[in-house]
Write a protein that binds this ligand. Structure first.
Ligand code: FSX
Ligand code: SF4
Ligand code: SF4
Length: 318
């Protein structure tokens, strides 16, 4: 059976399609969980094809740009490879050289030319109060263009939408208690405005670069990935942090950390929200797989719809 599988893999590789490698890449079930395998020939081919027909337009509303910074920190593949081989990024307020009306006009042109095909990445929440005036994204023909205008227009024209970060997915920090701007997440905004474009939520404050790159690659080559009840790809957000935490044994034994600098012990008394949080940080880790929140602090449940109010106050037991 093993020999047969190896033969099949060899044949598939020869044909330029290794289904196994492809699945490993997009489902992240490989032990290393890296997405560097993204550059196997089959996937590169599929992505190259998608690059020509599925540009990505990235817009920013009420956020801190941390989501973009997180994407720029992608180590494997490098951001250069991501921008050249994975995403045909046609508009991004922070990284593009173009600016002002020229940039906006180009954005609208691309949206029109690739109607129903392009992916719209939305970073940050959408402020709906005061007619959207809390977030002006540009000016065209002496008219201010609000985030509300762009999301309504491009959201309806896009083939798919990615809500990048907790702010875009669920409202996040801008929608926390005291929200005076009417900040709202993309799915709620779409519901209120009758927009039915398929939408993938990639929460995290910020989201892991692999979650962003992996989901875009999946979207471009295989369509919308399997989503959980909160609209998140199951492959990245399907597991409970607490159930998989390296400190679970200490939790079970009742050994609790008394302070953040304790190298051992469960962090529950220090406010860890791992039991209510679903993401693969415990195995994927952050900063090029160097560490993750529970190593140095606690999980504050940044990927959950109620964040940050549901996790507040931070560093205090639930
Ligand atoms: Fe929100 Fe993005 Fe948190 Fe920041 O812009 S998800 S505030 S890390 O970066 O939108
Ligand atoms: Fe659970 Fe947090 Fe304790 Fe880990 S540190 S076992 S996630 S409560
Ligand atoms: Fe967010 Fe928790 Fe993952 Fe840290 S460990 S990134 S707080 S979900």
């Amino acid at each position: 059976m093993k020999d047969e599988q190896q033969l099949l893999d060899k044949q598939q590789q020869k044909a330029g399609v290794s289904r196994r490698n492809f699945l490993k890449t997009v489902t992240g079930t490989a032990a290393g969980i890296g997405i560097s395998q993204m550059f196997n020939p089959a996937l590169v081919k599929a992505l190259e094809k998608a690059l020509e027909t599925h540009p990505v337009i990235w817009i920013q509303g009420q956020g801190c740009t941390g989501c973009s910074v997180s994407l720029l920190n992608t180590a494997e593949p490098s951001i250069a490879d991501v921008l050249l081989k994975v995403i045909s990024l046609q508009f991004h307020p922070t990284v593009m050289a173009s600016e002002g009306a020229t940039a906006l006009e180009n954005m609208y042109k691309i949206a029109e030319a690739y109607k129903g095909k392009f992916s719209l990445a939305i970073e940050g929440a959408i402020p709906t109060a005061a007619d959207g005036k809390y977030c002006i994204v540009g000016e065209l023909h002496h008219k201010e263009i609000t985030m509300v205008d762009v999301v309504k227009d491009l959201g309806a024209k896009a083939g798919s939408v990615l809500s990048i970060g907790t702010c875009a997915a669920y409202g996040g920090i801008p929608a926390a208690e005291g929200n005076v701007t009417g900040a709202t997440g993309v799915m709620d905004f779409f519901k209120a405005n009758g927009i039915k474009t398929p939408t993938v939520n990639l929460p995290g404050c910020p989201p892991h670069p692999d979650w962003i790159v992996g989901s875009i690659a999946h979207l471009l080559t295989k369509g919308v990935p399997e989503l959980d009840e909160n609209g998140r790809p199951v492959v990245f957000y399907g597991e409970n942090i607490h159930d998989n935490c390296p400190r679970l044994e200490e939790y079970d034994a009742g050994e609790l950390s008394g302070k953040l600098s304790d190298a051992k012990g469960c962090r529950m008394d220090l406010g860890c929200k791992g039991p209510d949080t679903y993401a693969d940080c415990y195995k994927r880790k952050w900063n090029s797989s160097m560490n993750w929140c529970v190593d140095n602090a606690v999980c504050i449940g940044c990927v959950e719809p109620g964040f940050p109010d549901a996790s507040s106050p931070f560093y205090e037991p639930a």
